[in-house]
Design a protein around this ligand. Structure first.
Ligand code: 5GP
Ligand code: ZN
Length: 114
């Protein structure tokens, strides 16, 4: 999508600190980290949110989790623990409407889920 922030980051039109990339997904450091390790993992195809995940496009979600597990090892948080979060819609506080998964770790987190 032309004016989507994360589509523009994926295309390299806006700079980002890349952590991982393949033909399906792109991972980069969050610009305003909320944990010592805060990486965003996004599908290259524009999907607005979890609301738009269907049987036709859901394979990339499994791939994101496979890569997240590998990145957690590489980033040194697989043993200490981490959280993978995706916000969907206004009540969840979604601000960028291109599906993304926050990979958060490196310190003990608030145990409250919301
Ligand atoms: P959301 O609130 O939609 O779940 O998460 C959006 C995330 O994108 C936020 O954590 C925010 O800090 C991050 N973000 C917003 N703009 C940029 C940007 O231009 N570059 C990077 N790397 N992260 C961004
Ligand atoms: Zn997009």
């Amino acid at each position: 999508m032309m004016d989507c922030l994360f589509c523009r980051i994926i295309r390299g039109e806006i700079p980002s600190k890349k952590v991982y990339e393949d033909e399906q997904i792109y991972a980069f450091y969050d610009i305003a980290p909320m944990a010592p390790v805060h990486v965003l993992i996004v599908p290259k195809v524009h999907i607005t949110s979890v609301n738009e995940v269907t049987e036709a496009n859901s394979k990339v979600i499994a791939h994101i989790y496979e890569v997240a597990a590998r990145l957690a090892i590489e980033l040194g948080i697989s043993e200490s623990g981490y959280r993978i979060v995706t916000n969907c819609g206004a009540d969840a506080g979604q601000t960028v409407f291109h599906l993304h998964f926050h990979l958060l770790g490196g310190a003990a987190m608030n145990t409250k889920m919301c």
